[in-house]
Each structure stands twice: as structure tokens, then as C-alpha cells.
Design a protein around this ligand. Structure first.
Ligand code: ISL
Ligand code: CA
Length: 546
């Protein structure tokens, strides 16, 4: 079996917001089927579907109540089978989102688990409260805090104990010390692999195993994390998944890994360890934040590119991304979504697609979709944003500051509907969309960009096709040549071929004189004399191999 996943460009679909076909305002599987030719045309080889399983949607599908069934909002298992079949026909491989740190509290296992006598009790992490000092009031089993700005424990009346939830209280954590849980997960993976899917994106995979439930050192966020981030138990489970399930199929795994360093990431994804094939890390996404993602600092291209280069050098293979369903839009964040919208979106495309590793494009990125112009909390759907806003109110953060946090950082920025056309709701739905459609769909949409050979979309197509046809871009080595205030220059090389990638984050002109054959420029220029326009990116094939 080859490492085919290293050669393809991946695309993430957030199904709720991709394409609605039955006018209920929610994207669906038939919508994805309808748009498969579009993705093929774009040059995509791998599709990652955010969760489409049964779910009460407390966290938009990241709270699964049945791993073997499709949520009726998205369609039926027949639709899913048809999608897999058609994708195979187009040589597009599908990977599913495996959310296995937790289930929904409406999953059958958890319903059973509420009964202390049930064999399912031990599928989750139950603890009695601590006896509280003189007052006699019950206290939580430990002092951990959740990813969603709450306590990690919820009291259950029925059994008089608390259960652990690192995310929302409707997302109870599974107990990976119980071998039965591991077997269940393996059988779910086999179910999907047997259907013909080609791998998994594992949600928050490096926190599944909890070393102990002792109190953690008090921190501003995620108190307790030293007891569960990247534990040896997790490594063992990943090796077991690989040995007993994944290696039997032609598939790959990419794990979302939180709070990893290059060293701990390598332990999860180094090919010789037989755990994950690659992972999503966050450090580059944290270069414009302080302490937590909600506190922003000025975007500094140098810091950003240095971090990217550090990870390129540290890992044999990276899963590269600038956007996903949890992050604001990249052109609004690392580019300029007003004056240099097209220029900076194309530059970011070049940066991403020329790195060593498998590139992941998030739906809408290929047309330069921007952050949403939210005006009030009522427009916000995301549970994380609501929790954080509430917490910030309790902490007496000034209203303007609170609102800016949500507006600029909130996950709904990435979740507004895909902009297909300038028509009603951007062609996403003919009904009422579940979340607001960005007004700028009138300007920024697939239809008009398809017709325009100079659009962001047309540039993505050119670039992807160049990458798909270039061995040095797909598998060459990476070397950073220069990282300055607003210039990032790096080489990709293989045998006696070398391509130099120059990207500029500058709003004015810059210079980087270099000899070679111009392969591609975001300004469509015919030759390169060393001067760069604002936010320009160029690819140069080099003769000298020093
Ligand atoms: O939003 C975040 C990234 O900055 C994180 O706090 C995020 O919650 C974390 O990366 C885990 O994300 C994944 O698991 C969550 C789910 O809400 C996210 O959508 C998913 O990507 C719980 O399943
Ligand atoms: Ca629908």
C-alpha cells in the first residue's frame, strides 16, 4: 500500500453549512453529492466530513448519540452510501470525523451508564463528590476546568455521582481504562471502513486517556490538563488501533492534537511509531493570541511563518491548514479582507499549498470567504461562544471587549453558509438558513469566480493542479530561506529539482531578487525581476542547486 494521502489535496466540509437541497435551511448529504463535480474540478483528492451522525446537536454533531446512523437533517444511510460510491468513482477519498473522547449524553451507552449497576457504568468516568469541610456541602471530585469555560463535572441525581466532561455537559468523556470501550470504538471504525471510507480525522485524540483524576495545578484555562494531555495510555491505544484495525485497510488517520509541542507531536505521528499518520497542531494558530485564543494580539507575519517553519522542520510530515470549522477565516485574520482581499487570499493559498505535508482547505477558503459581520449575540449559535461570553460577563470584562472576542474569534465565523452564487442566501438554500449568510455573497461567490480566470478560485485550481502534477511540491524537502517582517521565502527540493516559494505579507512593494523560471504568480505576471506587489506570491524554478 502506498502513502497516497501524502499526494492529495484535502478539503474539509462542514455539512450543515455546505449545500442544502431540501429547503430546510440545513446542508445535507445530497448537497455534497451535488457538489462533488465542483470539488473534482478544484483538484481535491480527499474529503473530510465534519460529523454527520445522529446527534442532539449540542455541539453541532461533535456530540454523537449513534455512530452508526446518519442524522436525518443530513439525509439517510443510503445517501451516505451513494456519496461514498460517487466519490470513489471520481477518485475522491472520504474520511469521517471520529469523535471518541466523548459521546453525547443521549447515547444509549450513557443512558445505561446512569445506572450504577449497569455494565455500561464503567464506559464513562463517574466519581462521588468530595466531602466538603464544615459546611458538609458536596464538592466536585476535582478542580479541573473544561474546554468550554465551565467545570468538568456534572452531578447526576439518579446515581448520586458526578461524571467527567472535558467539553460540554452533554459530552460525557468515555473511560479509556475500560477495554470494552476500546473494543466498541474499533468496531465502529470497522463499520465505516467496511463501507468504503478511507480513514478518520480523530477529534481531540491526544486527551482520550486520563492518567489520574487528581487535582491539577491551578491555571487560567484547562486546569488539570497535565493529567490527560498525550499520556502513554493514549499512545498505546493509538498503536492498538493501528495494529488491529487501520493497518487492515487502505486508509489513513489524522489526529487533532491539542497542546502539543513538536516533540510530543512527533511521538504521536512519527511514521516509525505506528500511531497517527499525521496531525493537526495549533501553534501557528496561536501566534496572534495571548494565553487563550480569545485574547488577541497583533498578527505578526514573522512570528507566524517562523512557527510554520519550525513545525515543517520538526515533523517528517504535517497536516497543514489555515482554517477549519473552529477558526476564524484566514483572509480576515492573516491577510486583508478589504483592500487586498483577492491578493492576500491568493498569497495565503500559495503559502499553504506549497508547504511539505498534506494541505487541508476548509470550505469557502478557496473563494476567500471572510469573517461574518455579526452585530449581536442573538446571531451566534455556537455553544462555546455563548459560554465564553457568559464567563466574560461574570468576570466583568467590559462589554466592548467581550463582544469583540466573540466577533473576531468565535467559531461561527467559519460556519456561515458556503457562498455558491449571488442569489438568494448565496445559493446555499432556498429556505431559511440555520445561521446567517454573509451579505458579501453578492461579491464573493463560486459562480462569479468560476467565470473569472483571475479569481481566487481560479488561482486555487491552477495551484492545486500544479501541485498535483509536481513531485517536488508533493514530496520534496522543505527549507526556510528567509523569514523577515513581511516576507517568507522557502525552498522545496528533491533530487536535482528546486522550487523557491516567495510570499509577501506587505501592503506595499517589496524585493527579493532571485534567478530562475517563473512558474506561477498571484499577479499573473509573465516574468519576475525581483520586485513584489502587495501580498504577492511567486513560485520560481531554480537552476542553481546550492
Ligand atoms: O475551538 C478550539 C480551537 O481553538 C478548541 O477549543 C476546540 O474546542 C478544540 O480544538 C477541540 O475541537 C474539537 O472538539 C470539540 C469540538 O467542539 C470542535 O468543533 C472540534 O474540532 C469537541 O468535540
Ligand atoms: Ca437540508
Amino acid at each position: 500500500m502506498t502513502n497516497w494521502w501524502r499526494d492529495k489535496v484535502a478539503y474539509q466540509i462542514y455539512p450543515r453549512s455546505f449545500q442544502d437541497t431540501n429547503s430546510d435551511g440545513i446542508g445535507d448529504l445530497r448537497g455534497i453529492i451535488k457538489r462533488l463535480p465542483y470539488l473534482k474540478e478544484l483538484g481535491i483528492g480527499i474529503l473530510w466530513l465534519s460529523p454527520v451522525y445522529q446527534s442532539p446537536n449540542d455541539d453541532n454533531g461533535y456530540d454523537i448519540s449513534d455512530y452508526r446512523d446518519i442524522h436525518p437533517d443530513f439525509g439517510t444511510m443510503n445517501d451516505m452510501d451513494e456519496l461514498i460510491e460517487l466519490a470513489r468513482h471520481l477518485d475522491i477519498r472520504i474520511i469521517m470525523d471520529m469523535v471518541i473522547n466523548h459521546t453525547s449524553d443521549e447515547h444509549e451507552w450513557f443512558k445505561e451508564s446512569r445506572n450504577p449497576a449497569s455494565p455500561y457504568r464503567d464506559y464513562y468516568i463517574w466519581r462521588p463528590g468530595k466531602k466538603g469541610g464544615l459546611s458538609g456541602k458536596r464538592k466536585l471530585p476535582n478542580n479541573w476546568t473544561s474546554f468550554f469555560a465551565e467545570d468538568c463535572w456534572e452531578y447526576d441525581e439518579q446515581s448520586g455521582e458526578y461524571y467527567l466532561h472535558l467539553f460540554s455537559k452533554k459530552q460525557p468523556d468515555l473511560n479509556y481504562r475500560n477495554p470494552a470501550v476500546i473494543e466498541e470504538v474499533k468496531s465502529i471504525m470497522r463499520f465505516w471502513l467496511d463501507k468504503g471510507i478511507s480513514g478518520f480525522r480523530f477529534d481531540v485524540i491526544n486527551v482520550i486517556y486520563k492518567n489520574s483524576l487528581e487535582n491539577g495545578r491551578k491555571r487560567f484555562i484547562l486546569t488539570g490538563r497535565e493529567h490527560y494531555v498525550s499520556c502513554e495510555g493514549t499512545h498505546e491505544i493509538l498503536r492498538d488501533f493501528r495494529r488491529t484495525v487501520l493497518s487492515e485497510y487502505d486508509c489513513f488517520s489524522v489526529g487533532e492534537s491539542v497542546m502539543v509541542t513538536p516533540k510530543t507531536a512527533a511521538d504521536l505521528a512519527d511514521p516509525t511509531r505506528h500511531e497517527l499518520d499525521m496531525l493537526f497542531s495549533f501553534e501557528h494558530m496561536e501566534t496572534d493570541t495571548v494565553i487563550v485564543k480569545w485574547f488577541r494580539r497583533r498578527f505578526a507575519p514573522k512570528r507566524f511563518c517562523e512557527t510554520i517553519a519550525k513545525w515543517q522542520n520538526a515533523l517528517e510530515w504535517n497536516a497543514n491548514y489555515l482554517e477549519n470549522h473552529d477558526q476564524p477565516r484566514s483572509v480576515s485574520r492573516f491577510g486583508d479582507d478589504l483592500r487586498f482581499h483577492e491578493e492576500s487570499a491568493k498569497m495565503l493559498a500559495t503559502l499553504l499549498l506549497c508547504l511539505r505535508g498534506t494541505p487541508f482547505i476548509y470550505q469557502g477558503q478557496e473563494i476567500g470567504m471572510t469573517n461574518f459581520d455579526f452585530t449581536s449575540m442573538e446571531q451566534i449559535e455556537d455553544i462555546e461562544s455563548h459560554n465564553v461570553y457568559r464567563l466574560a460577563s461574570r468576570l466583568h470584562f467590559p462589554e466592548r471587549f467581550r463582544w469583540n472576542m466573540i466577533r473576531l474569534v468565535g467559531r461561527d465565523n467559519a460556519r456561515t453558509p458556503m457562498q455558491w452564487s449571488a442569489g438568494h442566501c448565496g445559493g446555499f438554500t432556498s429556505g431559511k438558513p440555520w445561521i446567517g449568510v454573509n451579505e458579501n455573497h453578492i461579491k464573493i461567490n463560486v459562480e462569479s469566480q468560476t467565470a473569472n480566470p483571475d479569481s481566487i478560485l481560479s488561482y486555487y485550481k491552477k495551484l492545486i493542479s500544479l501541485r498535483n502534477g509536481s513531485e517536488v511540491l508533493r514530496s520534496g524537502e522543505f527549507k526556510a530561506i528567509r523569514i523577515s517582517k513581511d516576507l517568507f521565502v522557502y525552498d522545496r527540493y528533491l533530487d536535482n529539482e528546486k522550487i523557491t516559494v516567495i510570499v509577501s505579507f506587505s501592503k506595499t512593494f517589496s524585493r527579493y531578487p532571485i534567478k530562475g523560471e517563473l512558474l506561477l504568480s498571484t499577479y499573473n505576471r509573465k516574468d519576475f525581476d525581483g520586485s513584489l506587489m502587495p501580498y504577492e506570491a511567486v513560485l520560481i524554478r531554480r537552476e542553481d542547486l546550492t
